[in-house]
Write a protein of this length. Structure first.
Length: 29
């Protein structure tokens, strides 16, 4: 469940691109 959501989020980040992806990851972390 959680792992599947994490993979989905990772895919969305890849689609958004490196800049937006990294910013969102940093905010989450």
């Amino acid at each position: 469940p959680l792992q599947r959501v994490a993979l989905w989020i990772n895919g969305v980040i890849n689609l958004y691109g490196t800049n937006l992806g990294t910013e969102r990851v940093v905010k989450f972390a």
